[in-house]
Design a protein around this ligand. Structure first.
Ligand code: TYM
Length: 372
């Protein structure tokens, strides 16, 4: 697995191994309790261990408790329509921003998608605009959210990216990403662009500020490199909070844009959501109604239940559904209907927010003067 390619599939039991290999740490109960001291509660993505690993999250919290600020940074490569999997880090980032009331940089890597995919620049620009709206429709704080489009902020990004690029050799990029001589040189350079927002506020303000980056595990290579190189530029290593990848509806492989039936897209209408869940969602229930009543389901591996628990804010409701389904009192069809309702309610809220901010996107765009 690297940010641009994934062969095979990651199974639940592979994650601890991957994390060990990558040199990150599992988020343990002690760290969760530490975090809870500041947030008051834990997001379901933490209690369900969707966000399960970190780098230096403890240091960020330690410093924060001593009154030292930090900021958040995450991003999206606008290669096409967004699905629910892409939205997970943003949902979680919004929760962190609400809890800590900190600045957030969102990087849109249109340059990356031009370099690594066969998509015309014009289409990427259209996706960029649509994806920004999708992301902002989650309701980020306007005055603290700063969207960076790589091609539009090229001056400030490039001037910082070259500092990074000078310390990254082609052989390291080759080894980390599995690049070949036949790969375009843009790919060799690109990590330097994705690394910049991890130190940009420190660079602008002229003092070191910690940066916490929520992302899916497929992005880890970029930030592993950034952790090596940033101290050489006099900055803190970036900290990270890392999630597993949401599986496809079918339960194997990751939710991916290239197979429309593997994913729920943000613009899927109510009927499509219902059809996809009914037809494709991997079920932890039994084959027959009789068996289900007798033996019950395994909700933990059930796509419909997992979506429901991610999206239903009322934990008592979630606990009740869990025990009803597990005991066999609830059937797969009922679970799927509940899940489709929760997804549709979530998507419909996004759509109406999207409509209301449509003409206000400019006020979320990165402006260096706001940090000086
Ligand atoms: P991109 O657009 O591929 O993905 C955006 C974010 O979504 C995560 N992700 C997923 N999370 C859970 N389940 C899935 N099935 C799934 N698919 C994707 C990704 O890990 C990512 O966090 N190069 C980046 C854009 C970027 C970025 C960043 C991402 C720039 N700066 C800083 C994270 C943090 C990209 O193409 O992401």
């Amino acid at each position: 697995m690297n940010p641009w390619e994934m062969s095979g599939e990651i199974k639940e039991q592979d994650y601890p191994k991957l994390i060990k290999e990558f040199g990150a740490k599992i988020i343990d109960d002690k760290l969760l309790n530490e975090l809870k001291k500041f947030t008051g509660e834990l997001h379901p993505f933490l209690t369900t261990k969707l966000f399960f690993a970190h780098r230096d999250l403890d240091t960020v919290l330690d410093d924060y408790s001593k009154g030292k600020e930090f900021y958040l940074y995450t991003g999206r490569g606008p290669s096409g329509k967004m699905h629910l999997g892409h939205l997970l880090p943003f949902i979680f980032t919004k929760w962190l921003q609400d809890k800590f009331d900190v600045d957030l940089l969102i990087q849109m890597t249109d340059d990356e998608k031009y370099l690594v995919r066969d998509i015309p620049m014009e289409e990427i620009r259209k996706n960029t605009h649509e994806n920004i709206l999708d992301i902002l429709s989650l309701g980020f704080k306007k005055e603290k959210t700063h969207v960076i489009i790589d091609s539009e902020q090229s001056k400030i990004l490039y001037n910082n990216a070259i500092l990074f690029a000078k310390r990254l050799t082609a052989s390291t990029a080759k080894a980390v990403f599995g690049l070949k001589d036949s790969d375009n040189v843009g790919k060799y350079f690109f990590t330097s662009m994705q690394a910049v927002p991890a130190f940009l506020l420190s660079a602008i303000k002229g003092r070191n500020i910690r940066c916490l980056i929520p992302y899916g595990i497929d992005q880890d290579d970029h930030f592993k490199l950034a952790r090596d190189i940033l101290p050489k530029l006099g900055y803190y290593k970036p900290s990270a909070i890392i999630s597993k990848l949401m599986p496809s509806l079918q339960g194997s492989g990751k939710m991916s844009s290239s197979d429309p039936n593997s994913s729920i897209f943000l613009d899927d209408n109510e009927e499509t959501v219902r059809r996809k869940i009914n037809k494709y969602a991997f079920s932890g229930g039994r084959d027959t109604k009789e068996e289900q009543r007798k033996l019950g389901a395994n909700p933990d591996i059930d796509f419909a239940f997992n979506m429901y628990r991610f999206l239903e804010p009322d934990q008592t409701k979630v606990d009740k559904v869990y025990s009803e389904y597990k005991s066999g009192r609830m059937l797969s069809g009922e679970m799927k209907a509940l899940s489709a309702d929760a997804i549709n309610a979530f998507l419909s809220k996004l759509r109406s927010r999207r409509e209301s901010i449509k003409d206000d996107v400019d006020s979320y765009m990165f402006d260096v003067d706001r940090f000086k």
